[in-house]
Design a protein around this ligand. Structure first.
Ligand code: BG6
Length: 491
């Protein structure tokens, strides 16, 4: 079946931080793709805002450059690029002052009936103040939506403060909190895999599953994001949001329907069922690491502290043993692992089944390995189900562990849209299924906070690991202690 493109209603999109990294690298290239596919209506308008003094033409030429940098050459059709750029305008505006707001009001004045989206691609400190200003300037219509990006807070109290400030101006149905992992095709496919196949549900529980591993490994370091990252670290940057969302999709009960609240209600139950990691237990079930100098793909790279230029205890790697206290998952650990400057860029979810109860095969037939389902999120997206097979040929039974391999690139010959393409169109459609609800964000912080507190109380800082490795040796020990081992992505 070819992709079905259903155009969205026409809209006005106002991007605060319109010349920033997120807008130029993700939002505008994503919108261009949707425009090219005729999903973004030809009369939709996009307004970039920033403090800088730029003409419409300056802004368009900046976006043209960004498209050339971030869109595949094959997808850059000059006429279409120019038509898309024709939908763009720019306004110089002081987000917290008065400059530019009357002009913004005039730009929006004649289109009150359209879907109106305010995308806050700004520093999180501005979420509250900008929303307040949007409200006091009278720019909120019933069809208005606001989009905010993580980080939403740095702990529970600050997340609540952001939610309250945004909620003072917008109703929850108008607030779209982006976790871009939920926009990834393979992450959405977790729902299809679990709930469109009858095969898995009967075994998706403690009776058949030994444990689950979720790895999100990156080869990049923090580079020029060191200032942001040093106040964040892997727990806030990756676990509180992306990794917990993945855990929820694996662990949740089947929702009644694919609508926003049914799905989010089930995810919320998982977050509430996570066993709290009290500060005193943190050293037993978490491992923090920080990369030192090493080599990535044969190229020497500096350590985190060299990049930062000062001492820091911020973790660039984190492994956690999490537990979901429900009938389905009792006794089935979820091991989470994420880090910068690791050996490969690879995100995988491993669902490790229990061993067979009794082997009928002679010893020399080889080891009977427990089945394993591996969901490869990126890159080389796919699903592998490891099964024991008879190695063909004479000589009696020899058993071999062989994957049933579904490679998405070989099976589905389509371009994988970037997560933001899907998410932006969902914002316009008003579909919140792939966005985090207020209570989800707060529940995720509630679980993360005692971990942060435990680290503050601990005498130990993060353990060093060489760039290009799989993280500190204690992460391996975390598994070995339980008689298990990490599965290296791709194996
Ligand atoms: C972001 C984090 O949310 O996700 C980054 O802030 C991280 O630190 C990025 O690199 C990873 O996203 P992706 O889509 O490249 O896996």
């Amino acid at each position: 079946m070819t992709a079905q493109i259903i155009p969205v209603q026409t809209f006005d999109l106002v991007v605060f931080g319109g010349t920033g990294d997120l807008a130029l690298r993700k939002l505008l290239p994503g919108l261009y793709q949707r425009f090219r596919d005729r999903q973004m209506p030809a009369d939709a308008r996009i307004l970039g805002l920033s403090r800088r003094e730029l003409s419409d033409e300056d802004f368009r030429s900046q976006v043209r450059g960004a498209l050339h940098e971030h869109v595949r050459a094959d997808d850059l059709v000059p006429d279409e690029v120019e038509q898309f750029l024709g939908r763009l305008s720019f306004l110089s505006l002081d987000a917290t002052g008065s400059k530019g707001w009357p002009e913004l009001g005039r730009w929006l004045a004649d289109s009150a009936e359209r879907v109106r989206v305010f995308y806050l691609a700004t520093a999180p400190e501005l979420f509250g103040p900008v929303c307040a200003k949007i409200g006091s300037e009278g720019l909120v219509t019933p069809e208005t939506r606001v989009v905010i990006e993580k980080p939403i807070g740095k702990d529970l109290a600050s997340a609540r403060a952001v939610n309250e400030a945004v909620g003072a101006v917008f109703e929850e149905r108008q607030i779209f909190r982006i976790d871009h992992y939920l926009g990834k095709e393979t992450v959405q496919n977790l729902m299809a895999l679990r709930f469109a196949n009858a095969l898995f549900e009967p075994i998706w529980n403690r009776a058949a599953i030994d444990h689950v591993q979720i790895t999100v490994a990156e080869t990049v370091g923090v580079g020029n994001r060191a200032d942001y990252y040093d106040h964040s670290g892997a727990l806030r940057d990756m676990v509180q949001n992306h990794m917990l969302q993945l855990l929820c999709l694996i662990a949740m009960e089947p929702p009644n329907a694919m609508d926003a609240d049914s799905v989010r209600d089930e995810k919320l139950k998982v977050l509430h069922a996570l066993k709290p990691i009290r500060p005193g237990r943190v050293d037993q079930v978490t491992v923090r690491g920080q990369y030192s100098a090493g080599a990535i793909e044969g190229k020497a790279v500096p350590g985190y502290l060299d990049e930062l230029g000062r001492h820091s205890d911020t973790e660039t790697f984190l492994a956690i043993k999490a537990e979901v206290e429900t009938w389905r998952w009792s006794g089935v650990p979820f091991y989470l692992r994420t880090g910068k400057r690791l050996a490969q860029r690879a995100s995988e979810i491993v669902v490790q089944m229990r061993p067979i109860p009794h082997s009928i095969f002679p010893r020399d037939a080889g080891e009977v390995r427990p089945n394993r389902l591996v969901i490869r999120l990126q890159p080389d997206e796919g699903v592998r189900l490891y099964l024991m097979n008879k190695d063909p040929g004479p000589g009696g039974i020899r058993l071999k562990n062989t994957p049933l391999n579904l490679s998405f690139s070989e099976t589905f010959k389509v371009r994988y849209p970037d997560a933001y393409e899907r998410l932006l169109m969902d914002v316009v459609r008003g579909n919140q299924t792939l966005f985090m609800r207020k209570d989800e964000v707060e529940a995720a912080w509630t679980w993360c906070e005692p971990i942060l507190e435990g680290w503050r109380q601990s005498d130990e800082g993060p353990e060093q690991y060489g760039a290009g490795s799989w993280g500190p040796s204690s992460a391996v020990a975390l598994m070995v202690h339980d008689g298990r081992r990490w599965v290296e992505p791709g194996t």
